[in-house]
Design a protein around this ligand. Structure first.
Ligand SMILES: Cc1ncc(COP(=O)(O)O)c(C=O)c1O
Length: 386
């Protein structure tokens, strides 16, 4: 059965392929430790689960939700943005739920790109920044994240032709996969460039609540002028251990959100109201302590991994945010994919090849910290031995 030419344009999704390999090995009795996907290993916090239980028992949540979302959900997001980021949002027009950031980022491509258009994508970056534009019939143009610029792209290197065709720009801090936090002045530069070239700036804010060493991640929307040119996609997945719930929100430019709404009303039927009510519970200040405790666990794991890697002679920068360690592959391997394959075959440890996140990720691998300490240490010991 032939798939569309559109679908032929993109490789199989990185983690779909990894999951297949892992289950093959596990079925063969091999003890595989996966440090691949960034999927929190700790349960969703109890207050959120309790709110969801109450919500599920209420038949009022059982019918189709509206794509615009519940009023109380939109108000809770607006309250949270005010207290957490100092950003004021109109709950009527500047907030809308999404079925996870992945859905939102993908659908923004359908809402804003035509054939011939360009989407500027951070490189390395979340794979949907490139797969989304391709599936929308447009062209992703990679913006290499420069280590010398603190893993920001050099916006001055974008050509006039590219900027003329660009309609979207995807960027993300704290950054997956590099772990970088936003360099000073970068959000301001994006606002300027997006304003000059009528580009919708899309800040993927999947990791703002997962930070360490006292670092507090800002919202892109706190940058003067950002709401005129952009939106931010906030996700509950990582900060609240809610990857399975599929809860996110798009916030910011009202016109952009209304286009997204128009598209979505033709594609899906909104976010389950019980999940919206769980999302509201997560944003309550009482849950902040749970988030802090979780971050202490990740910070400890980060230190364990970084120390073990240092002992093996691998130098890495300790990230102040995200759940990832970004490290160079050892000499003697042709590509990050070859190294990761070797590690899986010889040490039964899954790590992500940097090249899967874009050309500029080549030569690196990513370790996710979402595995209990003992397994994480066992995995790093296996890597060291190898
Ligand atoms: C940068 C980035 N954006 C978006 C997502 C997806 O988030 P969600 O679970 O809300 O779809 C991820 C998940 O790993 C991510 O790393």
């Amino acid at each position: 059965m032939r798939s569309s030419r559109r679908l032929d344009l993109i490789p199989p999704y990185l983690f779909a392929e990894l999951e297949r390999k892992i289950s093959e090995k596990r079925a063969a009795g091999i003890d595989v430790i996966s440090l691949g996907i960034g999927d929190p290993d700790t349960p969703t916090y109890p207050a959120i689960v309790a709110a969801a239980q109450r919500a599920v028992q209420d038949p009022a949540t059982h019918q189709y939700p509206s794509n615009r979302g519940r009023q109380d959900f939109r108000e809770a997001v607006a309250r949270f943005y005010e207290r957490r980021f100092g950003v004021s949002l109109d709950p009527q027009t500047e907030v809308m739920p999404a079925i996870g950031a992945k859905e939102c980022i993908f659908n923004l491509n359908l809402a804003f790109l035509d054939p011939g258009d360009v989407a500027l994508a951070a490189d390395p970056g979340y794979p949907v920044y490139t797969g989304g534009p391709l599936l929308a019939g447009a062209e992703p143009v990679l913006m290499p994240l420069e280590p010398a610029l603190g893993f920001a792209p050099d916006l001055s290197r974008l050509s006039a032709q590219t900027l003329q065709r660009a309609r979207l720009m995807f960027f993300n801090y704290p950054n997956n996969p590099t772990g970088a936090t936003v360099p000073d002045g970068f959000f301001e530069d994006v606002v300027k460039l997006a304003g000059e070239h009528e580009i919708l700036a899309v800040h993927d804010n999947a990791y703002s609540e997962t930070t360490y060493d006292g670092y507090v991640a800002p919202s892109f929307l706190a940058t003067p002028g950002a709401k005129d040119v952009g939106v931010e996609v906030f996700s509950w997945s990582k900060g609240y251990n809610m990857t399975g719930w599929r809860c996110a929100a798009i916030v910011g430019n009202a016109e952009a959100i209304s286009h997204y709404w128009k598209l979505k009303s033709n594609i899906d039927s909104g976010l389950f109201e019980a999940v919206q009510l769980a999302g509201i519970a997560a944003l309550d200040p009482a849950v902040d302590a749970e988030v802090r405790a979780m971050n202490e666990i990740y910070a400890r794991r980060r230190d364990l991994v970084c120390e073990a890697l240092a002992q093996a002679g691998v130098k890495v920068k300790r990230p102040q945010g995200t759940i990832y360690i970004w490290a160079p592959i050892p000499d003697g391997f042709a590509s990050s994919a070859q190294y990761c394959e070797h590690v899986l075959e010889r040490a039964a440890v899954v790590i992500s090849p940097g090249g899967a996140y874009g050309r500029s990720g080549e030569g690196f691998f990513r370790i996710s910290l979402t595995t209990p300490d003992d397994r994480l240490l066992e995995a790093v010991a296996r890597l060291r031995e190898l």
